[in-house]
Design a protein around this ligand. Structure first.
Ligand code: ADP
Length: 304
């Protein structure tokens, strides 16, 4: 971009642009510049910064980033209770008490992306779980777009790459019977961190898979753009408009799984998700449908 062009767009002098370019360079942005051709952004530091994140996205502001937090989920929930606006995004460089579903531990060392988003959707509580499927789908898309990796969603809302778990989501909410007050959507993505070992499922980080550092800012901002759009569409049309895309990204489609549900363990072959986002499994006694939150799930022995 030419310095004169930026000065014009921003309504400031070229000298003022130059000063700000210098400031960005001091912060680790690599910007080359020649008098004739203008400035060129060569590389960005792997910092999470509000203007970078929220470019082109409705969600993701206000934005706060803690060096350390117990859990971004707790930080965001506390603020939601105090009336924080929709779109608030709370991140932490590391969490000391990260949580997964059902009180499980989420290991969050530095280099990963750990954050929680406050939403105030016009939805009934029963419409919330499938929104998590949509959020996971957008993570698979964002990872594909930023790394080229074929990311897959593992129902309901984990993201896997090359047979390993790279991301997980957690939804917590406050609601009445027919109205949601707020949702806090928690997200953990192994990006440049050393992935945890000795888990029941194999985990990996994106940098570990690609062999090079991955920009957390670029990844998160991609997700925010995708999900800002999906979130609006979901409130108008529901999961039905995401179902085909979810199936295309589905890790489990056609595979044999063991589903640990309210009526014991059921085995069968995954045959899609229904328009509400419930998992459909074909077993010896016909097709069963499982709602999010009702089950935990294992891949069949020959299918892992
Ligand atoms: P599930 O994968 O069964 O849906 P959660 O999404 O709630 O479970 O995640 C919690 C589980 O994820 C933990 O019990 C642990 O096995 C695993 N886990 C914890 N930290 C990480 C991490 N950084 N990356 C991948 N998996 C993790």
């Amino acid at each position: 971009m030419s310095g004169a062009g930026m000065a014009g767009n921003l309504g400031m002098t070229r000298a003022a642009v130059h000063k700000r370019i210098k400031k960005l360079r001091d912060q680790g942005y690599r910007i080359s510049g020649t008098t004739r051709q203008g400035y060129r952004l060569e590389a960005m530091p792997d910092r999470l910064e509000a203007p970078v994140l929220s470019a082109g996205a409705v969600l993701g502001r206000p934005f706060m980033n803690f060096p350390t937090a117990g859990s971004t989920q707790d930080e965001a929930k506390q603020r939601a209770l105090q009336g924080a606006p929709e779109g608030l995004l709370v991140a932490a460089e590391r969490q000391t008490a990260g949580r997964g579903r059902l009180g499980r531990v989420w290991i969050s060392s530095s280099g990963g992306l750990w954050c929680s988003l406050v939403l105030r959707p016009a939805l009934r509580p029963d419409q919330v779980p499938a929104l998590g499927l949509v959020a996971a789908l957008d993570w698979a898309r964002a990872i594909r777009d930023r790394t080229g990796l074929a990311a897959r969603v593992k129902w309901p809302n984990d993201v896997w790459v090359q047979g390993r778990k790279v991301a997980g989501l957690l939804i917590e909410m406050s609601s009445e019977t027919d109205r949601v007050h707020w949702i806090v959507l928690g997200m953990g993505v192994n990006v440049n961190n050393a992935p945890p070992r000795d888990l029941p499922v194999p985990a990996a980080s994106l940098a570990g898979i690609t062999g090079a550092p991955v920009s957390r800012g670029a990844l998160l901002s991609r997700w925010l753009r995708l999900f800002s759009r999906s979130y609006r569409l979901y409130q108008r049309r529901g999961f039905a408009s995401f179902r085909q895309a979810y199936l295309r990204f589905s890790l489990l489609e056609g595979r044999t799984v063991a589903v640990d549900g309210p009526e014991g363990i059921a085995r069968g072959r995954v045959a899609g998700v229904d328009p509400q986002g419930r998992l459909m499994v074909v077993g010896s006694k016909g097709t069963s449908v499982f709602a999010v939150g009702e089950v935990s799930l294992r891949l069949g022995r020959n299918d892992a």
